[in-house]
Each structure stands twice: as C-alpha cells, then as structure tokens.
Design a protein. Structure first.
Length: 161
C-alpha cells in the first residue's frame, strides 16, 4: 500500500476509534468518492444526527503554536464549504515525521501517535486559488470523544459547527 493510502487509512481508523469511544457509528460510503466525504458519523440517540467528514493525515511540519496550516485541494475545500443539510467537517490527523513512530503496539497497549484536529468550512468564501487552499485549524479543536459529542449535539440542534 502506498504511503498516502496508509496515512488515509490511519486517519479513518483514528476517527473510527474516537467515534466508537463516544458511542457513535462510522459508516464509509462506497467508492468512488466524488463529494469529498470519507465517512459519516451516526448517532442513534435523539433525532439521529449525523456528521459527514473528510479525513486527511499529514506528517509534514504544519503545526504552529496556535493552529495547523493544512493545504487542502480546492475541490475538497469547495465540497466541504458547500451549503448542505448534513454538517461537514475536515479532520486532519497529524503524524510524527518518522513513519516508525506512527504506531506503538505491545501486549499492553496500542497507541497511535499525535492526534487529529477538526474544522468546519461551512460558509467559507470561494477561493481564487486553483490548486490548494491553506486551511487554518485551531489547535484547540482536537478531534476527541468529548468534542465529538458536543459537535453531534450541535448537529442535532441545527446549530452550525
């Protein structure tokens, strides 16, 4: 499997673990992905809210003290900022630069190194760029189980993410 494919699978696994711990299902739509959606998070509580997401992973040095500056392809940017009924997120998992450090496994633990961050691009303006748009994701927006529960509550209430 190519390096970028492995990064993609790790980012989906990360989202899946966070979702499972928070009590939500992750469903991967069948290929081909033409709408920049890698998965759908489903709640079986309340009004059955759902959140669509695109998962990315990077081992590049994109972190600053306050945010991640992630270069997102324009097509993905446009798809994720579209006015949709179901809220959409971009989840970017940051990985260590050394591939050997991405995962640690023993008989006592399975640990993925680093974490993911989320951002909603809903309502963002059209970009004049033709290749990528640098998306700034606050480092306070760690994609974790408690944050996902809050996001799902907001989705259920129809509050923008």
């Amino acid at each position: 499997m190519e390096l970028n494919d492995r990064k993609e699978r790790l980012s989906l696994a990360y989202v899946g673990v966070v979702a499972a711990y928070a009590g939500y299902k992750l469903v991967e739509p069948p290929p081909p992905d033409k709408d920049s959606i890698d998965g759908i998070l489903l709640s079986q509580e309340g009004r059955r809210p759902r959140i669509e997401f695109q998962a990315k992973a990077s081992s590049q040095k994109l972190l600053t003290d306050t945010h991640i500056a992630f270069p997102l392809p324009v097509k993905n940017y446009d798809d994720l900022r579209a006015d949709t009924i179901t809220p959409r997120l971009l989840v970017v998992m940051m990985l260590p630069s050394r591939e050997a450090s991405w995962m640690i496994q023993s008989d006592k633990e399975l640990r993925l190194r680093r974490c993911g961050y989320w951002v909603s691009l809903a309502g963002r303006p059209t970009s004049p760029n033709t290749s990528t748009v640098t998306v700034h994701i606050p480092r306070t927006q760690v994609f974790g189980s408690s944050q996902l529960r809050e996001l799902m509550l907001r989705a259920e209430q129809g509050v923008p993410l």
